[in-house]
Design a protein around this ligand. Sequence first.
Ligand code: G4P
Length: 294
Amino acid sequence: MTIQWFPGHMAKARREVTEQLKMVDVVFELVDARIPLSSRNPMIDDIIKQKPRVIILNKKDMSKQSETDKWMQYFKNQGFFPVQIDSKHGKHLGELMKAAQAATKEKFDREKSKGLRPRAIRAMIVGIPNVGKSTLINKLAKKSIAKTGNTPGVTKKQQWIKVGKELELLDTPGILWPKFEDQAIGKKLSLTGAIKDSIVHLDEVAIYGLNFLIDHDPEKLQKFYQIELAGDDEVVDLFDQIGKRRGMLKRGNEIDYESVTELIIRDLRNAKIGNYCFDIYDEMKDGLYETKEH
Ligand code: G4P
C-alpha cells in the first residue's frame, strides 16, 4: 500500500511515536540492510532523542555481507547497538535479544541498585514502511498479529507481546516516513520495494539499477541476462539486449520497454541477480560525518 505522506500525516506519526516512546526502555529502529542509511527516517534522531536504540539491519539475507558489516561498525561507532537479522526466516533473533540487554544494561543496573525487582525489557519497533516491522513482530510473537496497515494515524489499542521472559514488545510499530528529498534515495527505496511504484519514474529506477550493476557487478549482469557489455554501451542498448533475449517484444518487433523495466526492477528487488547493498559505505562515508542527517 502506498502512503501519501503529507505534513499532517508526518506530524501525527511523530506524535504517536513520541507518545509510545514514553512506555519503552529501548527502541528497535528497523532498516533495510540493502539501504541501511537510505531507509532511515530523516528525523529519527530528533524523535528518539536519548532513548537507547538497537538498530536492526533487517533482510540481511538479501544484502551484501561485506557492506552490512561496514554499516554495523558505523552504527556501533555512533553509540547504537546494531544487529543484522533475517526476520522472514527468523534468523539471528537471539542476537537481537542480546543487543536489547546491552542497550538497557545501564538502566536496569540502576534499578537493581535501588532495590527494584527485575522485570522484562520493554521495547517498540519503529521504521519506514516495508522494512519488515510486521514480519519481525510476528516472528517474535510466534503468531500472526494483525497488521495495522501502513496508514499513519490509524490507532488501535496497544498491547504488549511477551517474548520469552525477558522482553515485552508493543504490538503496534511506529511507522515513520522515508527520505524523499534526494533523487538517488528515492530510486534506492523503489529498488528495494520500500516505496511503491507511483512515486518514482520506474524507467529511471531501472536505469539506476542497471548502472549500479555495470559499476559493481558487470559479470553477473552479463551472465544473468545473457547479454554482452561493450565499453561504449548506452544503458538503453542493454534494455534492447535484455528485451530481445527475453522475447519482450511488441507488435512490429519493437522492444517492450515497460516489461523490460518491470523485469529489471523485480529481479533486483527480489535479489534474483545477486545480493546487493545499494548504500555503499565507502562512497557515502565522507558525507556521514560532515552533516547531521535531516
Ligand atoms: P512493514 O511492516 O515494515 O511494512 O513490512 P512487512 O513486515 O510487511 O514486510 C515487507 C516485505 O518484506 C514482506 O514481503 C516481507 O515478507 C519481507 N521481509 C520482511 N523481513 C524480511 C527479511 O528479513 N528477509 C526477506 N527476504 N524478506 C523480508 P512481501 O513481498 O510484501 O510479502 P511476502 O512475499 O512475504 O508475502
